[in-house]
Design a protein around this ligand. Structure first.
Ligand code: NCD
Ligand code: ZN
Length: 353
C-alpha cells in the first residue's frame, strides 16, 4: 500500500470564490493546490459582461497569495436577454472560457438566470459555432417536480433536447448527483462531460437529517440517496474521461448557514484533494486519481496539462470545526469546512510547484 502519491498538479473545474473579504479569505485554499479553476459567475450582480469578468478576474488575481501561480478561468452567466455578440466577443478575446446556464431560481444567486431554455437558442447556436463550452446547473425548476427529482427531469426535458438540437455543442453537466446523470453522461454520443464534487461522493441525504436538521450538508443539487452516491463513486473512479473534478466549493458565512432559510453550499476547498483521495482509496482506485483530478478536465477544455506536481502523504489530519475569516474569530463570520471535526487519512505534503 503506497504511503505517498505524487500527482500532476490538478485544476478545479467548478468553483465559487465570491468577492470582497470572502474572496480574499478563501482563494488561497484553492490556489495552493490547484493551478487553474473555472470560476462561477453567480455574484450579486452576476457576471454578464466582458468588463465585469475582466475586473472580477483581476480582483481574484489580486487576492492570490504572493508567489503562487493560479489562473482563474472566467465564465459568463447566461440570462434571457444576453446578446450572442457579447458571448462571442468575450470568448474570442479569451476573457470567457465558458458560459454558465442557471435555470432561474435554481440555486444561490440564480434569480437572473434563464427562465425558458427554449428561448435562448441563438446563444446555443453561437456557442456551438465558436466551440465555447456550456456549463449547466441541471435542475428543472417546475414547482410540481419533487426536489430530489429535479436533475433527472432536467436531463429528460431539457438536456437531451438541447443536445439533439445542437449536436456539436460541448456541454458539462455540473455537479452530478444521480445514477440517471451518470448513465446519461457515460452513454452519451454527444460532447458531454460531468463534474463530480467531493461531498456527493462522501454523503447521502441522511447526512442532512442526522439528529436534527443540518444545514452544513445542504447544497444544490441536493444530496441524494445512497444508491446514487454509489453510482457517482463508480463514475468518478471509472477512469472514463467524461467524469472529472469540480469541487463546487461554495462558502457561506456561518450566519447565513445558521438560518431558518439556510443558504445552499458546502465549503470544501481547504481539504478537497485529500477528500477525493480518500474516496479513490476506499474504492481501490488510487491509480485513477490523477486522470480524474489533472487530465480529463484539460482534455475536455482543450487546455494544456499542468507541468507542476503535488504530493499527498498518508498522514491523518483533523479537520477544524471552523475557519475564521479574520483574527477577531467572530462566529457569524466563520465558515464550516467540509469534513469539520473528522479525520482524513491523507495530507498535502508539498505546496504545488
Ligand atoms: C452554490 C453557491 O452557493 O453559489 N451552491 C451550491 O449549493 N452548490 C451554487 C450552485 O452551484 O448551485
Ligand atoms: Zn456551483
Amino acid at each position: 500500500m503506497s504511503d505517498q502519491i505524487t500527482l500532476r498538479q490538478p485544476d478545479d473545474w467548478h468553483l465559487h470564490l465570491r468577492d470582497g473579504k470572502l474572496l480574499e479569505s478563501v482563494v488561497g485554499y484553492t490556489s495552493c493546490v490547484f493551478r487553474r479553476a473555472i470560476i462561477m459567475p453567480n455574484l450579486t450582480p452576476p457576471i454578464t459582461t466582458i468588463q465585469g469578468a475582466k475586473h472580477y478576474r483581476q480582483r481574484i488575481l489580486d487576492s492570490v497569495p504572493a508567489g503562487i501561480s493560479f489562473t482563474p478561468l472566467m465564465t459568463i452567466y447566461l440570462t434571457d436577454d444576453l446578446s450572442p455578440k457579447v458571448l462571442e466577443e468575450g470568448f474570442v478575446q479569451n476573457v470567457f472560457t465558458a458560459a454558465k446556464l442557471y435555470p432561474a431560481n435554481s440555486t444561490t444567486n440564480s434569480a437572473e438566470g434563464v427562465s425558458d431554455i427554449n428561448a435562448i437558442n441563438s446563444l446555443f447556436e453561437t456557442m456551438e459555432r465558436i466551440d465555447m463550452p456550456l456549463l449547466i446547473h441541471g435542475e428543472d425548476m417546475d414547482p410540481n417536480v419533487d426536489v430530489f427529482d429535479r436533475e433527472a427531469v432536467f436531463i429528460d426535458r431539457h438536456l437531451q433536447p438541447v443536445l439533439k438540437r445542437f449536436p456539436r455543442l460541448r456541454v458539462v453537466l455540473e455537479h452530478i448527483t444521480t445514477e440517471h446523470a451518470v448513465d446519461f453522461v457515460e452513454t452519451s454520443t454527444y460532447n458531454l462531460a460531468a463534474t463530480i464534487t467531493p461531498h456527493h461522493l462522501h454523503l447521502n441525504r441522511n447526512a442532512m437529517f442526522l439528529g436534527g436538521l443540518r444545514s452544513d450538508f445542504y447544497c444544490l443539487p441536493v444530496i441524494k440517496r445512497e444508491s446514487h452516491r454509489i453510482a457517482l463513486r463508480r463514475a468518478a473512479t471509472s477512469g472514463k474521461s467524461c467524469f472529472f473534478l469540480g469541487t463546487d466549493s461554495a462558502p457561506h458565512m456561518r450566519g447565513a448557514k445558521e438560518s431558518s432559510c439556510s443558504c445552499a453550499g458546502i465549503f470544501n476547498s481547504p481539504y478537497a484533494l485529500e477528500s477525493y483521495a480518500e474516496v479513490f482509496e476506499e474504492e481501490g482506485a488510487l491509480d485513477k486519481l490523477e486522470s480524474f483530478c489533472s487530465e480529463f478536465g484539460p482534455a475536455f477544455y482543450r487546455l494544456p496539462l499542468n507541468k507542476g506536481s503535488i504530493t499527498l502523504i498518508r498522514k491523518k489530519q483533523m479537520i477544524p470545526q471552523f475557519i475564521y475569516l479574520d483574527n477577531e474569530r467572530k462566529h457569524q463570520e466563520s465558515i464550516v469546512p467540509f469534513h469539520a471535526g473528522e479525520y482524513l487519512n491523507w495530507s498535502v505534503l508539498t505546496q504545488a510547484n
